[in-house]
Design a protein around this ligand. Sequence first.
Ligand SMILES: *Cc1c(COP(=O)(O)O)cnc(C)c1O
Length: 379
Amino acid sequence: MGFSTLAIHAGQEPDPTTGAVITPIYQTSTYVQEALGQHKGFEYARTQNPTRLALEKNLAALEGGLTAHCFASGMSAIHAVMMLLKAGDHVIVSDNTYGGTYRLCERVMRQFGLDFSYVDTSDIAQVEAAFRPETKLIFLETPTNPVMQIADLEAIGRLTKDRGIRLAMDNTFMSPFFLRPIEWGADLVVHSTTKYLNGHSDSVGGVVVSTLAEDAERIGFLQNAVGAILSPFDSFLVLRGTKTLALRMKQHDANGRMIAGFLAEHPKVRKVYYPGLGDHPQHERAKKLMSGFGGMIAFDLGSLSGARAVLDNVRLCSLAESLGGVETLISHPATMTHASVPAAKREQLGITDGLVRISVGVEDVEDIIADLDQALNRI
Ligand SMILES: *Cc1c(COP(=O)(O)O)cnc(C)c1O
């Protein structure tokens, strides 16, 4: 079945009691048992909830995984992946990973005896050089946030298979519509469902998709044992979101390409980071791995005052953290999403004070361009 058909139907049988086409919000904490030990597969709602289960089946199908488990946020999903490891294990992480992932690794997981190396995962030699006997996991983000570097997923997938270690991929930026990490060798895929999967900026959540029975078992165990579950209402919202994922992603991509082209030509813009542009250092690799480039763009205005002029003067674009919603959001990584990354490290990663990130929405593209143009001309 095609992607859109799966998005609309996978995991979603009409409700057996009423025939409701849409999976209801099962707002209950527990389920009656007919007799001791006799139940319908649902005992207590931290452990199982039918709305969450429908979403989990849907997301497992979209990523082509064995199982999916939904969590209260993208961070709790990433935390669950880290909890597959034990004290003494070492992890290789993309060096310009999401700021919250960096904070989780450095300020939480390190206290439990995990060690992390941050490398430019778009350079396979750096990945190989970071290996140690204790390395158990590569945690990859591609494209990276916010400067949009593309890792050679296929080569890294082979490397992790050869060495018998896990490859986990944060696929939040592309969504399974444009990039299917499991097909390139990922063992685990995570998302902040807060972003494109939900797509309407009205829910916070996360998911871990597993491909190996052993991991699926353990992630399910951790979901219940730790308890950071996605609520029935949020599960309903994300399930509603995935139905239009294909439609939305096509429009994010079409608008993204137009806006990247506009920014690349604009005299006030120093540099544009978008994998769809011919001068992007991994443009060819992006074309091979992904079926579209999406709606995430970063651009450098050369100074904090330049960035401020744009951010203070946009009218249609909203100054806000987050991404992946139908509305265009614009942000300043150095002081917003990446404020928890030390200043020296930010500079080294290209997250300069003049860098602006835009999550292109699905509005009429001429309106977004007109808004950016008037704001850029205030510099
Ligand atoms: C937002 C985001 C996260 C964290 O997800 P939350 O839902 O905010 O906890 C992780 N990775 C990426 C790439 C993100 O954009």
